[in-house]
Write a protein that binds this ligand. Structure first.
Ligand code: SAH
Length: 216
């Protein structure tokens, strides 16, 4: 048998890891099919790009497992006219998925080399609707608030009030919340200035480090 090419591998990934596990939103499925996941992997481990697992991207950080990216994206309920803030750019893979779903994405990362690499990767893919920021996103990115959607892609003991303050009325925030070794993925909804929370599942993320997260 000839080895599968990247497009076939990506199709198989979406079929077996995303659709078969219950992700239904057709826009999320389309975006997962469009973004070439292998382009976000360091060359040495590129052959693992379609594995059912998280993977190291340098600086002690990871690119999330495909299913978790899809699950978080679906829970975010992104519409085409939303302004979305992503906290923790990492490889930029989740950023690219979000960029396919809406008109404007803002992403913030505390490791400059990762941010620069993500900027390069997205530019090469022709993605132009993302604004990048180098800094501590654990307290959000107030300059462009309010956001319709906020996604935190690192584990945090709690979601800082300053982040909820940057969420628009009716907005949704998805974040892994809990201790360092295990978190709950939570979907927060802001309604009449109250924050409602819905637990999705258990997850394990690298820590959100900064003023509103874990200490350095
Ligand atoms: N969405 C990413 C996941 C990256 S892992 C991907 O698909 O690749 C989480 C990222 O959050 C790491 O790159 C880490 O450096 C970053 N991070 C941790 N604390 C942060 C903070 N306070 N502000 C911004 N980014 C942070």
């Amino acid at each position: 048998m000839t080895p599968l090419d990247p497009v076939e591998k990506l199709d198989a990934m979406v079929r077996e890891q995303i659709i078969a596990r219950g992700i239904k939103d057709p826009r999320v499925i389309e975006a997962m099919k469009w973004v070439p996941r292998d382009r976000f992997f360091p060359q040495a481990i590129e052959s693992h790009a379609f594995d059912d697992a998280a993977a190291p991207i340098g600086y002690g950080q990871t690119i999330s497992q495909p299913y978790i990216v899809a699950l978080m994206t679906e829970a975010l309920e992104v519409q085409a006219d939303h302004r979305v803030l992503e906290i923790g750019t990492g490889s930029g893979y989740q950023t690219a998925i979000l960029s396919k779903l809406t008109k404007e994405v803002f992403t913030i990362e505390r490791h400059k080399p990762l941010l620069d690499q993500a900027f390069e990767t997205l530019s090469r893919l022709g993605i132009r609707n993302v604004r990048f920021c180098f800094g501590d996103g654990s307290v959000g990115w107030p300059a462009h608030a309010p956001y319709d959607r906020i996604i935190i892609t690192a584990g945090t003991p709690q979601v800082d009030d300053r982040i909820f303050a940057q969420l628009a009325e009716g907005g949704i925030c998805v974040a892994p919340v809990g201790p360092l070794d295990e978190q709950s993925l939570i979907q927060f909804t802001k309604q009449e200035n109250r924050i409602l929370r819905k637990q999705i599942c258990g997850v394990k993320f690298v820590p959100l480090i900064g003023e509103g997260g874990w200490p350095t």
